[in-house]
Design a protein around this ligand. Structure first.
Ligand code: ATP
Ligand code: MG
Length: 395
């Protein structure tokens, strides 16, 4: 079937009262971003609380639906057939042809749902429902009517032209990116942080990211893997500013001065401090990490408390109560898993102690950090000054 338009359904944003227009405009922006990456020419319009995409040229159905299914805020994507209004007789022929093409298997129940957006149509919606229903039953006796739970909900919208649609492809839900401020994601090469970025972005938050690397202990390939992960998230979130911070000297200095069982926790505190500095400079309203309670030594309640202590911005941890398996499932769904499991070293794993503290004591950790007083300020400043900034997007 050649669909000539798409009706975009959105749920959550429809209930936002006065903000509704802001949300719809953000959704339209994100839809346009998705269309730019799809072959073909399209136009997007908003009429009477609905968003329509008109296909002006040929396009690739699977590619287009795939791209739209990554636009947060969309709950359903309905491919539409337009027909000219040439009277009811012609309309019923068009509808029968539509059913025949879209549903080769006729042993299904249906309901006609007509809607008159143009009130000068000579029949009202009830009459259209009844009359079209009768014609369908005549033409396809295997079909039956079910008004409560039909297999096929056949929508007929009478506008300037007439819109016929019955299929809904699933959208990702959530809220359009750009409606809820911006957050700074601490993005490592693991499984968890890309999923965390995806989840917060789904709530309408624009994402920037920071990656700490430690050359030559971590390779170019490890860095490229993080860029690739950012690119995968950007399919959903839109372009990401990725800050790449050289963490080697800070890490070596901590390694030299502090007890080895406290390395990870002290390192995590420095990562959070730097991430927060960059976040504040770039108008981010919070930090985002892939932490989950108890997953590793640095993510016990005690460790999280000690890490959190250095932050003044809120830290969003969308995976906090999830099991690894649940996180893996999302990462497979969003397409980051295969990249995340590539075996490149991570700066956290290289300097990690055999037996890291699992119940760090804040006073003890702070005392250890005092041993860094001589050079840490200078190293911290250099790390910030030498950051590399990339814009990562999917194209
Ligand atoms: P992930 O799978 O996301 O790497 P993880 O299970 O390896 O997480 P940790 O290494 O303890 O867990 O890291 C916890 C969180 O800290 C990560 O989810 C990420 O948000 C952040 N993080 C860790 N290492 C880095 C890094 N090198 N650069 C930026 N953020 C990092
Ligand atoms: Mg990690």
């Amino acid at each position: 079937m050649k669909y000539t338009a798409f009706l975009i359904k959105y749920a959550e944003i429809a209930i936002k009262g006065k903000n509704r227009y802001l949300f719809e405009d953000a959704l339209i922006n994100q839809i346009k971003y998705a269309l730019k990456r799809s072959e073909g020419d399209f136009s997007v319009s908003k009429t009477q609380g609905r968003i329509y995409i008109e296909c002006l040229t040929d396009y690739d159905y699977d590619e287009l639906v795939g791209n739209l299914s990554r636009v947060f805020g969309i709950t359903g994507i309905c491919p539409v057939v337009h027909v000219e209004d040439r009277g009811f007789e012609e309309l019923s022929k068009d509808v029968l042809k539509y059913i025949d093409e879209v549903y080769p298997d006729k042993a299904q129940s249906f309901k006609v749902h007509a809607r008159r957006a143009r009130k000068n149509y000579p029949m009202d919606s009830q009459e259209i429902n009844a009359e079209l229903g009768a014609r369908i039953l005549d033409a396809y006796p295997e079909m039956k009517v079910d008004v409560h739970n039909p297999d096929i909900m056949l929508n007929i919208e009478i506008r300037e032209r007439i819109y016929i649609y019955s299929i809904t492809e699933k959208g990702p839900g959530g809220m359009p990116v750009g409606t809820n401020g911006k957050g700074m994601l601490l993005l490592s090469g693991g499984i968890d942080s890309p999923v965390a970025g995806y989840m917060i972005s789904k709530r309408g938050v624009k994402i920037d990211a920071v990656y700490f690397h430690a050359p030559p202990y971590t390779s170019e390939r490890a860095k490229q893997k993080v860029v690739d992960l950012a690119r995968i998230i950007s399919r959903y979130s839109g372009p990401i500013y990725l800050h790449i911070v050289n963490f080697t000297d800070i890490q070596l200095y901590i390694y030299e001065k502090c007890p080895h069982d406290e390395l990870t926790i002290i390192m995590r505190r420095y990562m959070m401090r730097i991430a927060e500095d960059i976040a504040k400079k770039t108008d981010c309203l919070g930090l985002i990490t892939g932490e989950s309670i108890g997953q590793v030594a640095s993510q016990t309640m005690q460790s999280l408390a000690v890490t959190n202590e250095v932050c003044t911005l809120p830290v969003y941890r969308p995976l906090i109560g999830m099991d690894k398996q649940e996180i893996v499932e999302i990462s497979e769904k969003i397409g980051s898993f295969e990249t995340s499991i590539l075996p490149y070293e991570d700066c956290c794993t290289i300097f990690v102690a055999k037996h890291p503290v699992t119940k760090p004591n804040l006073k003890v950790i702070k005392r250890s950090e005092e041993r860094l007083c001589e050079r840490i300020e200078e190293l911290y400043k250099t790390a910030l000054e030498t950051e590399e900034l990339m814009v990562v997007k999917w194209d």
